[in-house]
Write a protein that binds this ligand. Structure first.
Ligand SMILES: *Cc1c(COP(=O)(O)O)cnc(C)c1O
Length: 338
């Protein structure tokens, strides 16, 4: 199975949803989800919306007033690299993208030496620092977050977290969402993907911020009516799939990495959570060959044939048996070409 799909129990939860109109703020299931996620993250208010991209972009826009201004983030971050240039489009903001020296995560030192904090009219001052956790499955250490956040507060810079995958970081480290929450003015949490809901992300922050975000969501065309059934699916996903099932998927990812490494396949970054990045050059197998063999056994992966690299992601609906089967197929392909 390539991605998570809603289960029967999730549909049962959806049937019980209320049918109020969320544009009027009258849907109990939606309000309940928002209160639940706000509480989980230690924030005052929350807003449920269709996608992580919408949540991130509205968050950034809500923190800003008008240019000149800039956002500081990791150059690999979703808000910068994979949201169709949304920061330029929606917020007219400059971005300061940083390439982490350790190739894993941003550090306090890198952030503090790159924030723009001056009256010099040549520059666009940093108004928001946006971090991502996990980023490509990598965990951002809490002490870096803490130090960056303290600096941001001193300088009057807002802190946003793209926590689409914060569930994985929290489940793996045992650090509560509310502890991560302390260091940010806003956080995006995705209820689809690893957590398993069909759709939806939640943005958290203080009441004034969420009020502004709600206004901008309407402007973006994202005010929705009877969102209760989706909110119920999202709440069910959080309650039943976090944190235990996340952790199991991390164990499977590590098993996958160990097995592939055993065949001589390069694992290009540490496996902190549920993602394994591979490079098949050393075993003389192209990604297309691998994809073909796996597809004949009903397993789908996505990769780049040119660079011989691929990203493998595990989730709670992938069984240990599927991982063993995966390894068996890859083992056959590798042996064929050696
Ligand atoms: C998927 C993802 C998003 C965007 O979520 P969509 O719902 O696909 O728009 C944002 N940030 C991260 C880290 C993601 O993995």
């Amino acid at each position: 199975m390539l991605v998570t799909t809603p289960t029967e129990q999730m549909f049962e939860a959806m049937i019980k949803a209320t049918r109020g109109d969320d544009v009027f703020g009258e849907d109990h299931s939606t309000n309940d989800l928002e209160a639940f996620v706000a509480h989980l993250t230690g924030h005052k208010a929350a807003l449920f919306m269709t996608s992580g991209t919408m949540s991130n972009q509205i968050a950034i826009r809500s923190h800003l007033s008008q240019p000149p201004h800039s956002i500081l983030c990791d150059s690999r971050s979703h808000i910068y690299a994979f949201e169709a240039g949304g920061i330029a489009y929606h917020s007219q903001a400059q971005v300061t993208p940083l390439n982490p020296i350790n190739k894993m995560h941003l550090t306090f030192g890198e952030v503090s030496s790159n924030i723009i904090c001056t009256d010099d009219i040549h520059y666009a001052p940093t108004r928001v620092i946006s971090l991502e956790n996990t980023l490509n499955g990598l965990i951002l250490p809490l002490n870096e977050i803490k130090n960056i956040s303290e600096l941001a507060r001193k300088k009057g810079i807002k802190m946003h977290l793209d926590g689409a995958r914060i569930w994985n970081a929290s489940a793996e480290t045992g650090i509560k969402l509310s502890v991560y929450g302390e260091y940010f003015d806003s956080m995006t949490l995705c209820c689809s993907k690893g957590i398993g809901a069909p759709i939806g992300s939640v943005l958290v922050g203080n009441e004034e911020f969420i009020k502004k975000a709600r206004h901008l969501r309407k402007l973006f065309g994202g005010g929705w009516r009877q969102s209760g059934l989706l909110a119920s699916a999202a709440k069910f996903a959080i309650e039943s799939n976090f944190p235990h099932k996340q952790k199991e998927s991390h164990i499977l990812a590590r098993r996958l990495a160990t097995g592939l490494h055993g065949y001589g396949i390069l694992i290009t970054q540490p496996v902190h959570t549920n993602m394994v990045f591979i490079d098949t050059t050393a075993v003389n197998v192209t990604i297309d060959t691998l994809t073909e063999h796996l597809a004949s056994r009903g397993i789908r992966i996505c990769g780049d044939n040119q660079s011989n690299t691929a990203r493998l992601v595990t989730h709670y609906q992938i069984t240990p048996r599927a991982v063993e089967e995966f390894l068996q197929v890859v083992g056959e392909v590798v042996k064929k070409t050696i």
